[in-house]
Design a protein around this ligand. Structure first.
Ligand code: SF4
Length: 316
């Protein structure tokens, strides 16, 4: 399915983010590229993207992380996984690495926040539940329909699998939220679709969700056109972006096409109205919607404290 490439990591493991929503705690990417292959994935436009169906796993991550933390005077309260990949991709070696890194951090009282569309292995779920107060989970789920999921997120976990996982995390006292990003206009923003999704999320016991529409970038547009298994559906989606103003993203030498503000506000108010019926507290991603504002709580809340790293064994 994907080409797995093992590589030595040269740059630091813990990285700060320029995004204000990720500024509180450092981030870790365990891989470059992501086996989930979402065709709307913004990371396709990054210089670190290794190419279609390729995943680079950094084999020295745990050793490097251990020595980086030992050198730090103040340990981070928590770390966030992962700004441009997913911590639970369907690659056994990668899932094992994820487990070891999580076990190492949690056993040293460092919290973990993650956003995933993957299936969390049972032993890792048990590990997370056994440190529930140190875990903040966001589950990406943009639709209740596994058919739509299979078109836009071909290798990610099934919708039922994600819902089941959310319910287990809530039952295990993990702070669990859902992330309905990106909303695909004309596909996932109809009242029926929103109702079905929020009903499913509420049934899993999740009470908070973050939303944003798709912000179209050149790499995403190309991917949507090239890798879709339903051309009509994607053509219909791209029609919404046909005449919108393109905004430059200077830092990335790229551009982005947002839906007009009035259209986004109309969509968000529809989501908010329906979310209320299911007692789901909704927030808008303000990093994407700079003109509207909002806080999607992507890393969760962490109390300020200095953490001293315990002595730990070499297996982490
Ligand atoms: S799970 Fe996230 S990082 Fe992975 S392909 Fe999908 S959107 Fe991209």
């Amino acid at each position: 399915m994907v080409d797995v490439i093992w590589a030595e990591r040269k740059s630091p493991v813990l990285l700060p983010s320029s995004l204000s929503c990720l500024a509180q705690i450092p981030s870790i990417n365990l891989t470059a590229g992501c086996a989930h292959g979402c065709i709307y994935c913004y990371a396709r436009g990054y210089s670190s993207f290794p190419g279609e169906n390729k995943v680079v796993i950094y084999k020295n991550t745990l050793d490097k992380l251990r020595s980086e933390l030992l050198r730090k005077r103040n340990k981070p309260r928590a770390v966030y996984f992962s700004p441009s990949s997913d911590i639970f991709q369907p690659i056994p070696e990668m899932l094992e690495l994820s487990h070891l890194v999580l076990a190492f951090l949690l056993s040293n009282d460092i919290g973990v926040a993650f956003l995933t569309k993957g299936r969390i292995p049972d032993k890792t779920l048990s590990l997370l539940i056994s440190h529930a107060d140190k875990v903040r989970a966001q589950i990406g789920i943009i639709t209740h329909s596994d058919y739509i999921r299979s078109i836009f997120e071909p290798n990610a976990a099934s919708i039922d699998g994600r819902l089941e996982q959310m319910a287990k995390m809530v039952a295990g006292s993990i702070a669990t939220e859902s992330r309905v990003i990106p909303i695909l206009p004309g596909i996932t923003d109809t009242p029926d679709s929103i109702n079905a999704l929020f009903q499913a999320i509420a049934s899993a016991g999740v009470k908070r969700a973050a939303i944003s529409t798709l912000f179209l970038r050149p790499a995403i547009m190309e991917s949507l056109r090239r890798y879709t298994s339903n051309k009509d559906l994607v053509d219909n989606l791209l029609d919404y972006y046909r005449d919108v103003r393109r905004l430059p993203v200077h830092a990335e030498h790229s551009s982005v096409r947002p839906l007009p503000r009035a259209k986004r506000e109309e969509i968000y108010s529809r989501f908010k109205r329906i979310a209320k019926n299911y007692a789901i507290d909704l927030s808008i991603c303000g990093c994407l919607n700079l003109d509207i504002g909002g806080n999607c709580n992507i890393t969760g809340e962490w109390p300020a404290q200095d953490i001293q790293l315990r002595m730990f064994d070499q297996k982490g």
